[in-house]
Design a protein around this ligand. Structure first.
Ligand code: FES
Length: 69
């Protein structure tokens, strides 16, 4: 599916798989390894990113959820 989002002040439109976690997308597809994986279950906060002004555990977010963010 195609999604559009703004990442670090750059608007991107990309064709992505629907079942990829935001954490994996940032690290593996975009090479943004500053976002870390700890527990992978939403408990530790190592994967925290800011989405529309709110701190979110990216290990719990699937890519379709960030469309338009
Ligand atoms: S990796 Fe621990 S909250 Fe996401």
């Amino acid at each position: 599916m195609k999604i559009t989002f703004t990442l670090n002040d750059e608007t991107l439109t990309m064709d992505v798989k629907e079942d990829i976690r935001l954490l994996d997308f940032l690290r593996d597809e975009l090479g943004l390894t500053g976002t870390k994986e700890g527990c992978g279950e939403g408990e530790c906060g190592a994967c925290t990113v800011i989405i529309d002004g709110k701190a979110v555990n990216s290990c719990l977010v699937l890519l379709p959820e960030i469309d338009g963010s």
